[in-house]
Each structure stands twice: as C-alpha cells, then as structure tokens.
Design a protein around this ligand. Structure first.
Ligand code: NAD
Length: 285
C-alpha cells in the first residue's frame, strides 16, 4: 500500500492525512509548527472516535490506531521514501514556491506531487519542479475525509500515467474524481469564490444579514450550506488569499475582494477555525 506524504497540517492537510490513515495507508504529515501538528492529531482522533455517530455504518475504530499510522513531523526529510505526495500548505505563492524546490530534492524522482490549492494554476507549480509530468492538481473538498469527490486538474505537462496513478489512489480510498483542464480556480472555485465574495458585498452594503443570506441559499436553492457558512468552513483567510490569486491570474476586477472580507481577516475572525467569522462557533456550533 502506498506510503503517503502530506505537507501542511491545517484545515485540509489533516483531513487528507485522516482519509489515507483511515484506509490503512502509512502517512507522513509535515508542518512548520508543533501547534498545527498537535491540533491535527487531536482533531483526527476526535473524528475517528465520533465517526460511528456522525457517519452511521462507519466501523468503530481505535483513534490511536489510526493516528498511530501517521508520522507527525516537522522534518521534511521524512518524506524521502513516500510513494505519493499531497501538498496542502497556505494558499500563498510565496509559501508554496520555496517549498517545491525542497520537496523536489527530498522526494524520489518520479514520486507524484498532488497539489491541493484553491486557485493557483497547476502548471505554475509544476514549473517549480524538475518533474512537471508527475505534478497534478488534487483539489480536495472540505472536510477532505468526508467529501465524496476530488477535482483533479491536468497541468500543461501532466502525463496520462500520473492521471491514471492518481485515479487509482483515489479509487482505493473510495473517492470519486472529476478531471478538468488547468485554469486558476479550476471549475469549482472560479464560481464559488465569486459567489462568496458577492455574498460578502451584500452584507457590506446592508442588503441583508449573514443568517438571511445563507437561509435564502438553503431554503430557496436547496443548497446544503449558504455562501457565508461555506466561507466560514473554508477559512476567511484562505478565501481572501484565493480571491487575490484569481485577481492576479486573470487581471479581472470582478475578483477584487470585498473590503469587509479583508477587515474580518485583519481582525483575526477567520471562521470556524478561530470560532468566529460571519457566524459564531464559540459554543461548538
Ligand atoms: P490552513 O491555513 O488551514 O493550513 C495551512 C498549513 O500549512 C498551516 O498549518 C501551516 O503551518 C502549514 N505550512 C505553511 N508553510 C508550510 C511549509 N513550508 N511546510 C509545511 N507546512 C507549512 O490552510 P488550508 O485551508 O488547509 O489550505 C491549504 C491548501 O489547500 C491551500 O492551498 C488552500 O487553498 C487549499 N484548499 C483549502 C480548502 C479549504 O476549504 N480550506 C479547500 C480546498 C483546498
């Protein structure tokens, strides 16, 4: 069974690590802070403990057995013998750019690199490595261990072999996949980020309240979540960074972030992960 390297233990990386560990893979989970690794371990063990309640039909598993398959580490060198790598660090080119040179040097030649990004073009990331044919976009949805489908992105150089390898890996953990061509934001976030940003503008202009904006999407359109709840789930910091990436890539003012979004991020209100965003989660909502 493939040994999986997961870089970044934030909102997404911990879900990706959990997914593969739950399916029996050995995982190396790397971050730059002990705090992120400790909170990832806690969240993964909590998720496994409550899985049979939250997901009826899920077998009862020992949380320590699942987390025991994960090597939580600050040391990138532990990635030397992974068979497949999935990168989930902050949505910031200046964070991703220097990392890929290191990953390229540490990982075996030919090890596929799955890039989990909201909006950065995969071809641009692939250009940072000496293995562009082995680089593929793997846009996991949040929470990564629960959402059924992954958006796969073919970069300019991504080989058919890398696509087949990635599909087989996802089949093995019961994830569906939809393959799209490379474009900043891909299919999902070209639409979702604009929708979220427009919803924030509605709030900013006083047209409606956060609760009512979300209620309209759920009760009128039948969406499972409204756009502002979705933003809280993603993380307002990540939404803002993604809009900036889209704005830079297309040079189109339709992606300019709403000033209210910037203000909330500056205020440290990043959504669920900080307990407050457009809605409050202090009481464990
Ligand atoms: P996050 O801010 O929650 O976590 C990012 C993590 O990366 C942090 O723990 C940080 O310490 C770590 N990190 C930063 N630099 C690092 C480095 N050099 N090496 C190792 N770790 C490093 O962000 P997130 O929401 O998990 O997003 C991660 C990626 O996934 C982003 O590119 C984002 O756009 C994408 N994404 C996010 C969502 C979402 O809903 N949040 C969904 C799909 C894709």
């Amino acid at each position: 069974m493939d040994r999986i390297g997961v870089v970044g233990a934030g909102t997404m990386g911990r879900g990706v690590a959990e997914l593969f560990a739950e399916h029996g893979h050995e995982v190396v989970l790397v971050d730059v802070t002990e705090a992120a690794l400790a909170s990832a371990r806690d969240e993964i063990e909590r998720n496994v403990r409550f899985a049979p309640l939250v997901r009826p039909g899920t077998p009862v598993r020992d949380p320590r057995e699942v987390s025991g398959r994960i090597d939580f580490t600050l040391d990138l060198k532990h990635l030397a013998d992974v068979d497949f790598l999935i990168e989930n660090v902050t949505e910031d080119w200046e964070v991703k750019r220097p990392l890929y040179a290191e990953l390229d040097a540490v990982c075996r030649p030919g090890t596929p690199f799955g890039v989990n990004t909201s909006a950065i073009p995969i071809t641009r990331v692939a250009g940072l490595t000496g293995r562009p044919e082995h680089v593929i976009g793997m846009h996991f949805m949040n929470p990564a261990h629960l959402k059924p489908t992954v958006e796969l992105i073919r970069g300019h150089h991504t080989s058919d072999g890398t696509i087949a390898r990635t599909r087989a890996l996802l089949d093995g953990v019961a994830k569906g996949h939809v393959l799209v061509e490379d474009s900043s934001g891909f299919v999902t976030n070209r639409v979702a980020m604009l929708t979220i940003n427009e919803a924030v503008f509605l709030l900013h202009e006083g047209v409606s309240t956060a609760a009512d904006v979300d209620r309209l999407f759920k009760e009128c359109f039948g969406h499972a979540m409204g756009p502002l709840e979705t933003a809280d789930l993603i993380g307002l910091d990540t939404v803002l960074l993604s809009l900036k990436v889209l704005y830079d890539n297309f040079g189109d003012p339709k992606y300019r972030p709403c000033p209210l979004l910037t203000r909330l991020v500056d205020a440290g209100l990043h959504g669920r992960k900080t307990g407050q965003g457009f809605h409050s989660y202090e009481s464990g909502e």
